[in-house]
Ligand binder design. Structure first.
Ligand SMILES: *Cc1c(COP(=O)(O)O)cnc(C)c1O
Length: 437
């Protein structure tokens, strides 16, 4: 690890004992003081996959330790040797891991590794976390910072692109590193200008304080939930103290890849700072485990509205059946599908990127066919800093006099009497719909 990573790591994980709860209070008994009950670690559900995996690869780790998020962070699988102990690496994976240096290191929590196929390099979750040679391929149109975030950076770590809201990059640490990361330039072992130090936080807070138009602050990174409870409490408290900040949300993958981080103590901290919303990163239905059910229900029970964000990834989740299962599963977990992203053209991402039609096809396969709440907004985050631009299947067929012609999810054409309207007037009604008129 570089010094920069050590620094950011220390900032993320320092100064907090393992989360503890007490069996009973330490009230005086018959007038005599009783010693405090010994701390016990919180238990957390463990799905069948994780149970078998723990027995096989971490036999000395008991269920309580497995359920300790700090242990999960310390035990992250990072090196070739650690990967080889668990996975049958393909030659492609092995040489990509050996070749890697710089930012976006390999890092997988034991819990998340337990969801991956150990012998099949094409396993969806494994492809998103173990690098392959194509990660080093550069194709035209790609960039290290395709969204031009550095350009929209108001003060280090604060991206101010939209008039009323900011993106606050709180840390460079994640619990797992996605190979398609949009901020690969600054996470893990980046260092340099991306310090994520306390003084960087203070200058971001000062900027927000000085700009009354900012009513919405999105905490991201890195992953804000890798910060200690105390640091989160501090940051949320400081933001809440700013009168014009109405809306705070946290963008995180932790409830998915490190669900045991959602301790009762964390939830108590978050609840103090309502209204607080969260956007959770999900990729594939395999992620919807009993552990994740616990993390999302704790957050939802704490009154935190949950939205999801999913990146469309080639060969991983780029089809209607997988997305339908994921979106319906999210509703079951009390998460409203929010954004479906076209994969950003980050350097090395060609292996993951699908044609834009894919996203439209997925939305078309969802809308009308399943619960409306299960349909996210498909967006392209425009390269060069244009922000998120929504794309929809074309439901507007054309016009016939005063009538607007609309196509429904089954392909039937319907008229709406839109007197005086001009929408669709310039369209030639495609031949396939003429038969319905
Ligand atoms: C995505 C994003 C936001 C939040 O956008 P919403 O559409 O409000 O969810 C804010 N700032 C930046 C720079 C973003 O990329």
């Amino acid at each position: 690890m570089t010094d920069a990573d050590n620094r950011s790591q220390a900032f993320a994980e320092a100064e907090e004992p393992p989360s503890t709860t007490y069996i009973a209070g330490n009230k005086a008994l018959n007038g005599r003081p009783v010693r405090a009950a010994p701390p016990v670690r919180e238990s957390f559900p463990m799905g069948p996959g994780a149970k078998a995996f723990r027995k096989a690869f971490f036999p000395d780790v008991d269920a309580m330790q497995w359920a300790d998020w700090r242990w999960q962070l310390r035990a992250r699988i990072r090196t070739q040797a650690e990967l080889e102990r668990i996975f049958t690496l393909s030659d492609d994976e092995r040489s990509a891991v050996v070749r890697h240096n710089g930012s976006l290191p390999v890092g997988i929590t034991p819990y998340y590794a337990s969801l991956m196929d150990r012998h099949d390099a094409s396993d969806p979750l494994r492809r998103t976390h173990i690098p392959v040679g194509q990660e080093y391929l550069r194709v035209p149109g790609e960039a290290d910072d395709p969204l031009g975030e550095d350009h929209d950076t108001a003060v280090p770590g604060l991206v101010h692109r939209y008039p009323d809201r900011v993106l606050f990059l709180t840390t460079g640490t994640c619990s797992t590193y996605c190979r398609y990361c949009t901020r690969s330039r600054m996470v893990g072992e980046a260092g340099g200008e991306y310090s994520f130090s306390r003084s960087q936080w203070e200058s971001a807070l000062a900027y927000i304080e000085a700009h009354p138009k900012i009513r919405d602050v999105l905490l991201s990174g890195g992953d804000p939930l890798t910060l200690s409870d105390d640091k989160l409490d501090y940051l949320l408290g400081r933001l809440r103290a700013i009168k014009h900040v109405e809306f705070i949300r946290i963008g995180t993958k932790v409830p998915t890849v490190l669900p045991m981080r959602v301790t009762r103590a964390l939830v108590r901290v978050l609840k103090k700072h309502h209204p607080l919303w969260m956007s959770l990163h999900f990729t594939h239905p395999t992620e919807l485990t009993p552990e994740v059910a616990k993390s999302t229900s704790r957050l939802a029970d704490a009154g935190i509205p949950l939205g999801s964000q999913t990146v469309i990834l080639k060969g991983i989740n780029d089809n209607v059946p997988v997305m339908t299962e994921l979106m319906q599963g999210l509703l079951h977990h009390r998460v409203k599908p929010y954004y479906l992203y076209q994969c950003d053209p980050i350097s090395g991402s060609a292996q993951f990127r699908t044609p834009v039609e894919k996203g439209i096809e997925i939305i078309e396969g969802l809308r009308g066919h399943t619960t409306g709440y299960a349909v996210p907004q498909f967006v392209i985050d425009a390269p060069g800093g244009g922000g998120k631009i929504p794309l929809l299947p074309e439901y507007l067929v054309g016009r016939d006099g005063d009538d607007l012609l609309l196509r429904n999810f089954e392909g039937g054409v319907y008229r709406y009497p839109d007197k005086g309207g001009t929408l669709g007037a310039d369209r030639v009604v495609p031949a396939q719909y003429l038969k319905d008129l």
